[in-house]
Design a protein around this ligand. Sequence first.
Ligand code: MIC
Ligand code: SF4
Length: 645
Amino acid sequence: MGKTITEKIIEAHIVSGRFVPGTEIGIRIDQTLTQDATGTMAYLEFESIQVPRVRTELSISYIDHNTIQSGFENSDDHRYLQTVAQKYGIFLSRAGNGICHQVHFERFGKPGKTLLGSDSHTPTGGALGMLAIGAGGLDVALAMAGEPFYFTCPKIIKINLQGKLPPWTSAKDIILKVLEIFTTKGNVGSVFEYGGDGTAALSAPERATIANMGAECGVTTSVFPSDEMTRVFLKAQGRLDDWQEIKADPDAEYDRVVDIDISHLVPLTAKPHSPDNVSTVRNVEGIPVDQVCIGSCTNSSFKDLVTVAKILKGRAVHPKVSLVIAPGSRQVLENLAAAGYLTDLIMAGARLMESACGFCIGNSQSPQTRGVSLRTSNRNYLGRSGTIDADVYIVSPETAAASAITGKFTDPRDLGVAYPEVNMPDRFHIDDSMIITPESTENSSAMEIFRGPNIGVPPVNDLFPDAIKGEVTIKVGDKITTDHIVPAGTRMKYRSNIPKYSECFFEPLDGQCSERAANIRDKGKHNIIVAGLSYGQGSSREHAAICTMFLGVKAVIAKSFERIHAANLINFGILPVTFKDYRDYERINQGDALEILNARKTIEGNGKMIVKNISNSLTFEVNYNLSERQKKILLAGGALNLRHT
Ligand code: MIC
Ligand code: SF4
């Protein structure tokens, strides 16, 4: 039987288990990436593992999230990252060089390789035919130390794109269509593998937009073939030698095949406050717009921004609209400048931002109170923009540019002009001068690491308790994201200071939650979280698990979990369990006293796990699905404890 692309790459890297969907496998990781907001903790963890040098083919540390450097904390983190990178053999992409996924795609991604990144949008690399997976910082630290990455062998869903995109629709509309079909929940343990004649016609940057936002569906990753389009892109990056053809065998079998005829697509948008709240732009046209933000790792390529420049050329941004543009990398910025497109953007009234995450992470460019913001980014969770009552819509660069001109939500087909043709350069202007190469091995042992006062130590947990006895600290609904658990924005500068960061635990939903949890913990009781479907969507930030651990949470009982967050909970010694009967969710209230007697023994012996609700005298069963490896980690109180025993 023929093989899928995913199967081929996994089989070439597998070190534990076999390719049987649903079972745990371990793969060798060729490349790792980190970014500053997750990286500082990941490198503190890496240091505590005590290996002298990274053991990957390539490890690179990007500074792209907290580049605003308000206060000393970010700059301290950045200096820490630079010195750690020098010492341990890690490349470092400096602040201003661009967003990790865009730069990695341009300069380092290689067909056929495996990439593990401490950021949920790492799958962007799948656009080049690599297996690129997002994970918590500790898993990335372990991969840098040469350990395999363990995950559930995925089911493969083929997305068969057919036909040709009509004018004024683009890759963003394709992935919004995919989100409409698959939604943000229920896709854990799957990989999207793209194929069909519609895929063959998409350029590598267009594929990157699609692979990037597969993360919003919760899939392990998305993979494209490495074909002529990949070759053309790598050649233009001066990296033809990195190209190899990778395609699925004609008789490859998939768990499911979904056909999408893209020739009938129309401009789409994801309405507030979830990327799967998809509607046609036609349906929302006319809504007055206050802000338009173009950029983020989803849509900030040269192709995207030339399209925007061509739409804006000779026109002016509407006086009521603030138009913010953040090119994805310095390469994009330099190429826009060299070809004159930057002038068109500036003359139209665009505000040019640094090549960084910027507005996407909510630490700048927050919209006005009850403002309407159209963004080309990938997430529009409540409050993520920094303004809790703003309405954020996700749109394509075409819809964003058209609406910036008219001042209202506009279907770009109504601009009444020809769709701009964008020719990609045969060779990009390439400049890697902001990527620092690490010290040679001889010099590295003497290198000192810079540590400012904001840099803590990775917190450790106690052994997993014999029994869990505590209180429901908070009961939440479906689709709770890691942004709800520990928000980013201005709080993000405390990523290496866990006691401080824990103060905003569940802040967007309940301002008292952190204090309540600390009180329960300080009374010697355990905290327990109760949640609905798809708990822990979105960001890979392991801080959502570390702060949970710091506040003394021992178990999370949910209807279902998202992959990265569930793995992070186990890595930090917290038990994720699911309701056997969803009706039991209704029978629990915040503040209820719960007990899981013999929790430890039950896990050791694979027994039935029964939860007793002392407050209403009911008992119910919960499921847990742990491999032997995960059990050891959990019972030791987390992966770092296990390594140190
Ligand atoms: C995000 O888009 O939410 C982030 C910020 O890039 C995160 C990582 C983080 O929280 O640092 C992600 O996607 O993993
Ligand atoms: Fe940065 Fe936004 Fe991409 Fe996250 S989604 S990596 S914050 S640009």
